[in-house]
Design a protein around this ligand. Structure first.
Ligand code: FPP
Length: 243
């Protein structure tokens, strides 16, 4: 790996927990349990690889429509995770951050999230952002609402709204755009994740299910990233327009 070309911000769509479990004849929830172990492994591995920001799609707005038992299990798992990993995150100098509608989550989970954020606020290492009850379309709609309200109050002129203004009103206002987006389990879609922020992000899709996405798989994703020539819509060396 080239240490000078590490993606600063890596975002991950963690997919395939259910299929991983099914392929082993196990209940779906077992896939989520092992998925949490991979979350831990990736958080532990990221800083030494040079990654500064890691954003993980843990629960979408759409995920609420899953069977009630599975949603309850995921919430329980999340609660345990927040309790068990707090000390470790503090030790690892990790900043715990979230995006999404926390108000949708059960109050005890919300309180744990607020606590973990508060207690890791002063850390200076890896920023781990979990997307909980997240939808990119809702995020953009929320930003539009705030801007419309500001315009109605005369605080901002519509003509002065730029891309930067909108970006500052997204949940990710304090994060750089992702350099690399990883999706596990082979699906070639974005599933309403960070739609605005990934305009120029490199995509990496692996057939591996999330419970099989180890540190080694992360290294492979970074190696693939390092073979890309990022142009951000500029002209190529040969002078042709290219995205
Ligand atoms: C996708 O697998 C995964 C999710 C909907 C949840 C992601 C959650 C975790 C990795 C564990 C929870 C994280 C924390 C921090 C507690 P899927 O169920 O959609 O798999 P499938 O597409 O094969 O059915």
């Amino acid at each position: 790996m080239n240490p000078d070309q590490i993606p600063v911000h890596v975002a991950v769509i963690m997919d395939g927990n259910g299929r991983w479990a099914k392929s082993r004849g196990l209940p779906r929830i077992r896939g989520h349990q092992v998925g949490v172990e991979r979350v831990e492994e990736i958080i532990q591995s990221a800083p030494a690889l040079g990654i500064k920001y890691l954003t993980l799609y843990a629960f979408s707005k759409e995920n609420w429509r899953r069977p009630k038992d599975e949603v309850s299990f995921l919430m329980e798992l999340l609660g345990k995770y927040l309790d068990q990993k707090l000390e470790e995150m503090k030790r690892q100098n990790v900043v715990f951050n979230t995006i999404g509608h926390l108000d949708d989550l059960p109050a005890p989970i919300r309180e744990k999230i607020v606590r973990n954020k508060q207690e890791t606020r002063q850390n200076t290492g890896l920023v781990v952002t979990f997307a909980f009850s997240y939808s990119a379309r809702v995020e953009i709609t929320d930003a539009c609402r705030v801007l419309a309200e500001k315009a109605a109050q005369g605080e901002i002129r519509p003509a002065d709204i730029t891309e930067a203004t909108l970006a500052r009103h997204l949940y990710t206002a304090n994060l750089p755009d992702p350099d690399l987006l990883i999706r596990t389990s082979g699906e070639m879609r974005i599933s309403n994740f960070l739609l605005w922020q990934i305009s120029y992000t490199e995509l990496y899709v692996t057939e591996k299910y999330w419970p099989d996405f180890t540190r080694e798989e992360l290294v492979k994703a970074i190696q693939s990233y390092q073979t890309r020539e990022r142009r951000f819509g500029r002209t190529t060396a040969s002078g042709q327009e290219n995205a």
